[in-house]
Design a binder for this molecule. Structure first.
Ligand code: ARG
Length: 623
């Protein structure tokens, strides 16, 4: 029986040839290797003059066996049966120090591409899993900034790619909506409203953001300042000022603590104000997620507050299991090789880690996740190590009846930097608001598209500008190595040349215009089942590139590195462009060639659109 996983692999010549090489090597060196499997080291050839693929296995094997590489290569070639896949090999297939060159048979290539040309494009996984992806993670009373761009855009791209593989994906937006800082703004907002400075009905996220900063400032005692004033005798005036500041801060902090107690006990007035904070923040967050064309909706929201009734139980469980120990009034869990994890403060309050432990339990045991992926800032690496280690020891990461823990993975990302190489900020040193970034991207994209295509109606231009802007923003983020920091650069991300969102949209638009032209000439039908005739070297390169799509999706799903998809799409667009320069499509020499080429164009467009869809980028018919 052939499984679906084999479809992904069967379409990939690297995998197919690899299997044959493994068998041949095993047979040729049965005595020396026993049943050890040797990596066949198959790669696409750099120079297609010699072949389509090459195996570099002979060189590494020769080193291990202390033999001459060419002798090893000869023995492999002797046993190699490439059957219907590739041209037969002979002595001339061995090159240089012992590379083995392989050329696919044209019929084999055509039949693989034909197999790829199905509705699902061969990307489904063999085993379907339930996968939770932790995305977005905004905090109440704070504007989303460019840091949230990454958690939102990369997380959604991972989720989409896993969905393409057929997995059941559940997005979870672990909103920071509980705890002392939130109580502090709640209290501040109540005071501002009762002082008549603000009206509860018209309060905006900007107001909340401002109040948050003031409240934080007001409750941070300048204790160091006061000590210094005492030590250096800065005079009674300074000292009195600082004393008042410290007293005020202490008072504010005390009030915030009381507000937290009220929130926790469900005091209606406090809860109503908190709800206001919540509604205003989440409305803005959902609006941004939608403008960014992500599939993060209200349904994904599962904030810290939703776990508030579970925290005491989690801590009890840790105590029962002997995992938690008292430390100076607080409760900690020690995991080997890690700093202790604080799960309850000496005042009885719970922490970020406690909430994440409750979230692991929900994700694994209620949602039924086989795999939980946290798309969160790299600076939280230690936190997740602590949470994962504790959760596993406490049995929170195991589904009922399962023999193994579900997989918990932190997929960290680096920072967004400005052109000065420092964290991306406004001139006055504030975080750059994500909403402003999207606005500016649309404005810039609108100017560019006006230049490129003045014929678009205003309405269509607005739509095109939005799509191009979002593609540029997201692609710039997704195409750089996730764990590294990247430099935010307007001109580069909006360029129509190079590995950019606009370039890929344009590649797709170009194919759409071929089909529009074909339609005008009455040539746009009958290609869907046409026989594929892959003759020119540019056609061949395009076909070989297309065949890498299913394994690229699988690689992104495994490694959680969307930049691999970007690299693939960029290569595909390049291969298409070289094909189109060299090969006539609508004016091909005869009908069969025209139909075959139209089919290749159509398949390329579908792979481009599907790959962009994995990234959460919409395509356009024209731009
Ligand atoms: N709200 C958090 C922050 O801004 C991010 C949440 C990440 N997810 C989680 N399960 N801890 O840092």
């Amino acid at each position: 029986m052939t499984t679906k996983a084999e479809t992904t692999q069967r379409l990939d010549p690297v995998e197919m040839l690899g299997e044959r090489f493994v068998a041949a090597i095993g047979e040729a060196f049965a005595e020396e290797l026993g049943d050890r499997r040797v990596d066949p080291l198959i790669t696409p050839s750099k120079n297609t003059q010699f072949g389509d693929y090459q195996s570099n296995a002979a060189m590494s094997l020769a080193k291990q066996l202390k033999m001459k590489p060419r002798d090893v290569a000869e023995r492999i070639v002797e046993k190699l049966d490439l059957g219907e896949i590739a041209e037969p090999l002979d002595a001339s297939s061995i090159a240089g120090p012992g590379f083995i060159n392989v050329r696919l048979r044209p019929e084999a290539l055509a039949s693989l591409v034909t197999e790829l040309d199905r509705p699902g494009l061969g990307v489904e996984a063999e085993k379907q899993q339930t996968i939770v992806v932790d995305v977005c993670g905004v905090n109440l009373a704070k504007q989303m900034h460019v840091g949230h761009l990454r958690a939102t855009v990369i997380g959604d791209a991972m989720a989409r790619t896993l969905e393409k593989r057929g997995h059941k994906v559940v997005r979870q937006n672990h909103v920071g909506d509980w705890g002392l800082p939130i109580a502090m703004v709640t209290d501040k907002l109540m005071r501002e409203v009762s002082a008549g400075h603000l009206s509860m009905d018209s309060v905006t996220l900007d107001d909340l953001d401002r109040l948050y900063k003031i409240a934080k400032e007001e409750s941070s005692p300048d204790a160091k300042g006061l000590k210094a004033a005492e030590r250096f005798s800065l005079g009674p005036k300074v000292q009195a000022e600082l004393e008042a500041q410290v007293a005020g801060a202490t008072e504010n902090l005390e009030r915030a603590k009381q507000a937290l107690v009220k929130l926790q006990s469900g005091d209606p007035e406090t809860v109503a104000v908190w709800q206001k904070l919540y509604d205003v923040t989440m409305a803005a967050c959902m609006d941004t997620c939608q403008r960014l064309h992500t599939k993060i909706t209200d349904e994904a929201t599962a904030g810290e507050s939703s776990f508030r009734d579970k925290l005491a139980g989690i801590v009890d469980l840790l105590i029962e299991q002997g995992l938690a120990e008292e430390d100076d009034g607080a409760l900690i869990v020690r995991n080997e090789g890690l700093d202790p994890t604080l799960v309850r403060k000496s005042d009885g309050g719970f922490l970020y880690a406690t909430t994440d432990l409750a979230a692991v339990r929900k994700r694994v045991q209620e949602i039924g996740a086989d795999r939980v992926i946290y798309c969160v800032d790299a600076r939280q690496a230690l936190h997740f190590k602590q949470v994962f280690a504790t959760a596993k020891r406490a049995g929170l990461a195991r589904k009922a009846g399962a023999a193994e823990d579900s997989t918990l993975e932190h997929a960290p990302f680096g920072m967004v930097l400005g052109d000065d190489g420092r964290p991306f900020k406004t001139r006055s040193g504030e975080n750059v608001k994500l909403g402003d970034v999207i606005d500016e991207a649309i404005e810039r994209a609108s100017t560019i598209t006006k230049d490129k295509n003045p014929e678009l109606s205003d309405e269509e231009r607005a739509r095109v500008a939005h799509t191009v802007a979002v593609a540029a923003l997201k692609y710039a983020d997704l195409s750089s190595d996730r764990v590294k920091d990247y430099v935010f650069d307007w001109d580069r991300m909006l360029a129509f040349e190079g590995n950019t969102g606009p370039y890929l949209l344009f590649a797709y638009v170009r194919i759409m215009s071929i089909f529009r032209k074909a339609g005008e000439q009455g040539l746009s039908s009958g290609f869907e089942d046409a026989e594929l005739l892959i003759r020119e070297s540019e056609e061949k390169t395009l076909a070989l590139t297309l065949l890498r799509y299913p394994s690229t999706v699988a690689a992104v799903a495994r490694s959680l590195e969307p930049h691999r998809m970007c690299g693939f799409l960029y290569e595909l667009a390049g291969a298409f462009s070289r094909f189109f320069e060299k090969c006539q499509v609508l004016r091909a020499e005869d009908e069969s060639v025209r139909l075959s080429r139209l089919r290749l164009c159509d398949l390329t467009a579908r792979v481009l659109a599907d790959g962009l869809d994995c990234l959460g980028i919409e395509t356009l018919e024209r731009m």
